[in-house]
Design a protein around this ligand. Sequence first.
Ligand code: HEC
Ligand SMILES: [Cu+2]
Length: 441
Amino acid sequence: MTGPLRIRSGKSGEATTAVGSMLRGSLRRGALLLAASLVLVALAAACAREHPLDTLAPAGPDAAEINSLFYPVLGVAIVVFFLVQGAIVYLVVRYRRRQAGADGSSQSQGPDSAASDDGDDGDDGDDEYPLQVHGNLRLELAWTIIPTIVLAVISVFTLTTLVKLEEVSAAPDDLRVTVVGQQWWWEFQYHLDGNTSTPPDIVTANEMVMPVGVQVPLEITSRDVIHSFWIPRLNGKRDAVPGRTHPWVIEADRPGRYGGQCTEFCGLSHAYMRMYAVAVTLEEFDEWVARQLEPAVPLLEGEAGYEGQQIFLANCANCHVVNGVSDTNLDGLPDEPGIYGGGNQITSSLVSGAAPNLTHLLSRTTFAGSVFDLYENRAKYLRYNSVADRGKLNRGELDAWIRNAPARKANAPDDSRGMPSFPGLSDSEVSDLIDYLATLQ
Ligand code: HEC
Ligand SMILES: [Cu+2]
């Protein structure tokens, strides 16, 4: 009887019962832990449904490239895991301390007790340390050279993949998108002629609409701290670093709405810095572009939304641009190409110097770092469609946001980042504002 849990003592019966109840206790604890982790997993899975970040379901050639590197490397890792763990388990079992015999006379603790042993190699139930080896040249060479070869082979495939991911197949005058990260949302600036040194044609936020089956070159940068751009179903990550522009490409081979997330910790609301890439057919993309290119038309007194527009101009327009409405007073300001869509529009204390362009707010489906739904029926916009298909505007979310945005998504502690709260606005003013936002199709 050499079971590892058996305690040998004068009162072995009692001890065994004690061990038994301890064992039952820890089993119960184990079961509880298991149940708790299952609940956690279920909860986490629920999060994933809301905003899936699936690395194992590539929807474009770049992500597929990464995936086809992932599986072989995982395979190698699994083999190495079982070899190493297997060796450890084997050695642990093979050289574990054993009782000398059924009478339980030996309770010795290592080499000191060698005298009481029968002197063999510890294989047949004694407690002697086995033969100690050190500096076995052949062994050490083996466990240095084998991993080196394994890693060298993996690195060849890794480097090949990395080089492939850098390849730009799009023509230089094709669509190019500058991606600007800032605390805590994403701006997308579309250069329809591929020239990123001139002001962008379209500026939008958090949802990047793109044509399917076409490689879209990106230039990724930041207005403040380091962020990281990641839409796992379309490609790997690329850092957004202030003062630098990192080239990247993205391509979807089927229409869909692909979740993304900032993956470089960037401050308080980092977790709420999400985004979507929305891949649509070429036709739908052209429609989208045509609509985005149109500026908003200033509303005249008596038109629906006029009151809200005036409140907007007084309270919101110093941060938010609405093309054709709140950028007209900015003529003559120095151009900062690729930053604010042509003119330096921000007059507030925002350190990042930018707030989402709201000209076509309603053509998006989420807002504020893709954290809140702009429409009530989520199922209606899983694919990108005309505004008419979206169902009801989510006035509740907009209302809560306008009154007290920091309560919904934390600002920087000194309020230098994020949208301020507007406790001074009355119920009817907020409602007028939402009526106005509803005109920004
Ligand atoms: C001090 C600058 C500032 C002012 C003033 C301001 N906002 Fe904002 N607003 C922001 C910033 C910054 C964001 C992005 C916040 C985020 O995503 O975390 C934002 C986000 C938004 C969004 C979501 C846009 C999107 O696509 O994500 C809406 C809608 C909005 N603001 C409406 C308003 C309205 C209405 C007012 C006036 C009552 C207003 N804002 C005043 C800075 C401002
Ligand atoms: Cu970030």
